[in-house]
Design a protein. Sequence first.
Length: 576
Amino acid sequence: MKILLIYPYCLEDRLYAEDVSIVPIGVYCVGALLKENNYDVEILNWHNINETPGKIEEVLSEKKADVIGFSILHANRWGGIEVSRIARKVNPEVKCVFGGIGATFLWQHFLTHFQEIDFVVIGEGEYSFLNLVKCIEENDYDNLDKIKGIAFRKNGEVIRTAPAEIIQDLDKLPVPARYFEFQHVSSTRGCPGNCSFCGSPGFWGHKVRFYSKEYFVNQLEFLYRKGINFFYFSDDTFTIKKERVIEICKEIIKRDLNITWAAISRVNYVSEEILEWMRKAGCTQISYGVESGSEKIRNTILKKNTKTAQIKRAFALTTSYGILARAYFIYGSPGESWDTIQKTIDLIREIKPLSIIFYILDIFPGTGLYEDFIRRSGVSDDIWLKRIEDIMYFETDPRLDQQLILAFGDRLRTDYYENLSGFVDSIELVEKNNFSKMHSDFLSRLAMTFSHGDYARIEDIKEKDKIAERLYEKALEYHPDHRAYLGLGIIRQKTRAYKESIRILTQGVEHFPESETLNICLGTSLINFGEPNRALEYFMKVRDSKEKFQYMAICYRALGEIEKESACLKKFHIVT
């Protein structure tokens, strides 16, 4: 029996593809349990297959699936519907199953209006989907009612079975990393919060469940041994249990897993001890949902229940330990005004986040805001028959309009970018033994965002190279850092300060003699400085680079050695 698990595409393009390109970890959990039960399972990340729509029918015809499970958030529900229709065209007998948070809250809507959807798995889906697959395999449709946690049509009526039991011991689930490769991992299920804009409490319940530290770190190690060394810890609140977080970090260090990772937390669940161990274990970024500078919006409307003092403390501590503190802010909430936007700006200036994501408030099924919207408007779930991804709150509030919301966003972003350089200059890192190398790494990573990363592309940030330069120099005050030598050398090259570039890159090569990028960069500076003989020394150190032959040819041309120039160009074209 062939089973496909598909993560479909969204309706709208994203400014940042990574926002919608990641297959949820739950898909891998479902796939692993099916594999453990000897099913032929394949996971397809189809977040962008709509760019080549002909591929959908082609691949489905090739795979010949008996069952297709779709991971439905909300924005990708139409992608799932469209792929289901094509799948049914390719094979009228195929069974299409929707699951995930989007399907859980709209199960009746999907089964009522879309005949191409045969079943919906509601909530935590591993065992419900497995039992459903077994039932389909055995053609035992009379006993569907006994499978907990699903919905389907029977005699023209939409039926929902009893809720599935919550998996109390998560360690009993197979480790997905045995079968698949991915970077988004999770050590918990659930969140202690009850935010009105979030569907997590409705999906998982209010109790947080935990994988053991051994299970979680085993997963990391499996993936690390497969060559993956950067991870997103996608727990809603990774730091909820202090002792457990520290144990996980110690285990990562004990196993000598040379990884880096980003996490998500709440400002009221961090401490100095937690941050110290997280940084030692490779954490480079923590994202905090701040949401608003207005306490009324933050706590009364959005139900965040965090204090301003907690926010200030969390950001100051996180940055001081060399971890990038990212802030999530929501605007366009009930009661939003220029006064509350100014309160958000004031808070941003106080906490000095080094990364921010701004969102316009959306209303999604399964949230408190959605329930309120249904009550206020009198509409039903049929509103999702429209080809829309979401409903923005301001569209439901006569006191707000699109022009005002856009103006709020422009003001927030402009002020942030204008002040970002000052935020960078205000960084104060803790003075602790054995932290100098980590601090250097933190500063050079941050510098790279200005010289080559996301910030390098933002016109509103002025003098980006100067910001990067200061950060690279500060990094080298702490410890020799490959990224800092290279970044600083390149900046000097761009300004034609070749003598200074040569000095910096020479220091870098002394510390990292095997570095291909440092040797090539130093060689190109020497060419521009008029020293092709010295440049050749560094190009010859590089073993596995096709570019070196091109640069060596330039050196031989400058030295009048035409035969050697020709030989290098020949090698360059052969390798290329």
